[in-house]
Design a binder for this molecule. Structure first.
Ligand code: TEU
Ligand code: CA
Length: 599
């Protein structure tokens, strides 16, 4: 029992300790506190806060040599299309040499371009093309794990005393109650099965949070951290403007790698909270990121909203922003599709507003290469409402506080794919799950498994970009794209969209232009005006006397919506149905109608 008098001292001690622990270490730059004058609504202005990011999944963007696989020359040939849309930063999913067990997220050589994607000269030409058009490029940094074909791992598995052995996590198995050898602990891979692979070469297991061909790197080994920092400098010195960092919170493993306890249901949360996570991110910032005018966005699976400031508070010198998955994952429980209520969804943004302060910055996204299509998941991809609901969702992304992300094809309202059978899938996550759950444990029928994939599979977002109504949607001049083109490409394609002033593409371009010239939509305060309404999402963005009212009807039913608290709508700025119902307290909204007013 702690002697009583110690109590208060202990209390103040821990608080002060936590303050010391929590209090960000004033960096050199910090001594020159940014003059308040320069702050906008208390925020330090930055190009990456004002940017709109466009994510390219290179395998599916544009093929230039007819082999059915997208490539860097293909991207280069479409840069005018992106410049016209008005995006400022391109995030390129992995373009590095890889055996593609997980489509590039398994890297064999960090300084070499994937053969299918082209050459380093193609990369340099693409980068130059991006810069010439006043855009920036961030590349994907996948350093929680490598490919098992990376020379470090090839060396590491040679022998227990190989100099690269400690670049990865090797452990002896343990004898189970049935006397049989079993993995070192009960970690399960994200892609089904144990997270440990036995290697007869040295009779030990190696750790892989993802696929067997994606062994985890041991960041506790300072040589590994140095290797990573050198790789980052290699690309930054080439003129790249920053990194999207793959599962970056996972880099610090739990000491001793104990079993997950029954209470630890969410392995990701355990994997994301290792003891050295912040220390290593601060070292990365000190050694590399702080030395360039760059942008760093971390994919932060396992990090709760409450923890977000620990990674993005600019006084902690770790990352600029992270992807928190609360919103994009509202429609799933584990890997299963679930329905969701708008009030739940709205509450997430109110929480983000409450938790994140002036030294923090957020991302705003509802789609990427790991999630199903935006309009199919959060809108209504029926004939009647696909266009208005896609425009509504882009309006939401461009009027929330945080850096917005567009995933390739969202600007066209591309939809989920009508998958019918397992042979149409390519994604290792879908195929491994099928092997284990349908064929292995028979815990789910084939039809039910595919039905869930129709809603959830990552392959929904990986079908080739639909450029026009020619064969294979103009994605490839070859006969067989690596993944089938969505059969609705004749109706949904870029050529049609660019030519149609009322298209989702041109509407999104106008939204991006509005945001770029409206600081209130970037740095302004956020207030949800009707959190409990089941179908209406209405909020204010305010910066000084600049006030914008944004209202969305998240249903296909028309609604005569009376604004709360005697509020009247101001002057119409934009609306996805056109029209000009302004200076009124009641708004007659069509299905999936979205409007922006200047108050
Ligand atoms: O994704 C990590 C991650 O969160 C996903 O694995 C996700 O949990 C799952 O796919 C949901 O369906 C990153 C990359 O974005 C992903 O493409 C890679 O497969 C993964 O890491 C491993 O590198
Ligand atoms: Ca190609």
């Amino acid at each position: 029992m702690t002697p009583r008098f110690l109590g208060p001292f202990l209390f103040t001690a821990t608080l002060s300790l936590s303050v010391i622990f929590w209090a960000p270490r004033p960096s050199a730059a910090q001594s020159g506190q940014p003059s308040r004058a320069r702050l906008i609504n208390g925020y330090e202005p930055s190009w990456w806060k004002e940017a709109v990011v466009y994510q390219i999944y290179p395998r599916s963007f544009q093929d230039s040599n007819g082999d059915g696989i997208g490539d860097l020359k293909g991207i280069n040939s479409r840069l005018d299309y992106l410049q016209k849309l008005g995006v400022n930063v391109i995030w390129l999913s992995p373009h590095y040499d890889s055996p593609n067990a997980d489509n590039g997220y398994d890297i064999r050589d960090y300084r070499k371009v994937m053969t299918e994607f082209g050459t380093m000269a193609d990369f340099d030409e693409m980068l130059a093309g991006i810069k010439k058009r006043h855009m920036r490029l961030i590349v994907d940094l996948v350093v929680n794990h490598t490919s098992d074909e990376h020379r470090w791992f090839v060396e590491s598995r040679e022998s227990k005393d190989n100099p690269y052995r400690d670049y990865y996590f090797w452990r002896p198995g343990k004898v189970g109650p049935d006397g049989k050898m079993q993995p070192p602990n009960n970690y399960m891979s994200v892609f089904s099965g144990s997270a440990w692979q036995f290697d007869p070469a040295t009779n030990e297991y190696y750790l892989h949070y993802f696929a067997v061909k994606q062994p985890d790197l041991n960041w506790d080994n300072p040589r590994v951290r140095k290797e990573v920092f050198d790789i980052m400098r290699f690309w930054l010195d080439k003129g790249v403007d920053g990194f999207r960092m793959d599962v970056i919170p996972f880099i610090s493993k739990q000491p001793g790698l104990p079993d997950l306890t029954p209470e630890q249901k969410d392995a990701g949360a355990v994997w994301a909270n290792g003891p050295h996570r912040d220390e290593y991110l601060q070292e990365m910032n000190r050694e590399v990121l702080s030395k360039y005018d760059d942008m760093s966005v971390g994919e932060a699976a396992g990090i709760t909203l409450g923890q977000e400031p620990m990674l993005v508070d600019d006084r902690r010198h770790e990352l600029n922003e992270i992807f928190n998955f609360d919103a994009v994952r509202i429609n799933r429980a584990g890997k299963h599709y679930v329905s969701w209520a708008l009030s739940q969804f709205k509450a997430i943004y109110t929480e983000h507003d409450r938790v994140l302060g002036k030294h923090d910055w957020d991302t705003v996204f509802l789609s990427n290469h790991d999630n199903p299509r935006l309009v199919s998941s959060f809108g209504d991809d029926s004939e009647q409402f696909r266009v208005p609901s896609a425009k509504l969702l882009e309006t939401l992304l461009m009027t929330m506080r945080g850096t917005p992300y567009i995933y390739q094809g969202d600007e066209l309202g591309m939809t989920n794919y009508p998958f019918k059978s397992m042979d149409e899938f390519n994604d290792i996550e879908a195929l491994n799950g099928y092997r284990d759950e349908v064929q292995g444990q028979h815990t789910v029928t084939e039809e039910a498994y595919i039905e869930n994939l129709r809603h959830m599979s990552r392959d929904n977002s990986r079908t080739p970009m639909q450029w026009d109504d020619s064969p294979n949607a103009g994605f490839t001049s070859g006969s067989k794209p690596w993944l089938a083109v969505n059969p609705n490409y004749k109706a949904i394609n870029a050529a049609q969209a660019v030519a149609d002033p009322d298209s989702i593409y041109n509407y999104t371009a106008r939204l991006i232009a509005l945001r770029a010239k409206t600081p209130a939509l970037i740095y302004g305060d956020y207030k949800d005006l009707d959190p409990q309404h089941a179908h209406i999402f209405v909020y204010l963005r305010t910066l000084g006397n600049e006030k914008y009212l944004v209202v969305h009807n998240f249903s296909s039913e028309p609604i005569a919506y009376k604004l709360p608290a005697g509020l009247k709508a101001g002057k119409t700025v934009m609306g996805n149905y056109g029209g000009d119902e302004s200076a009124t307290a009641t708004l007659h909204l069509k299905g999936w109608e979205s409007r922006i007013y200047k108050q």
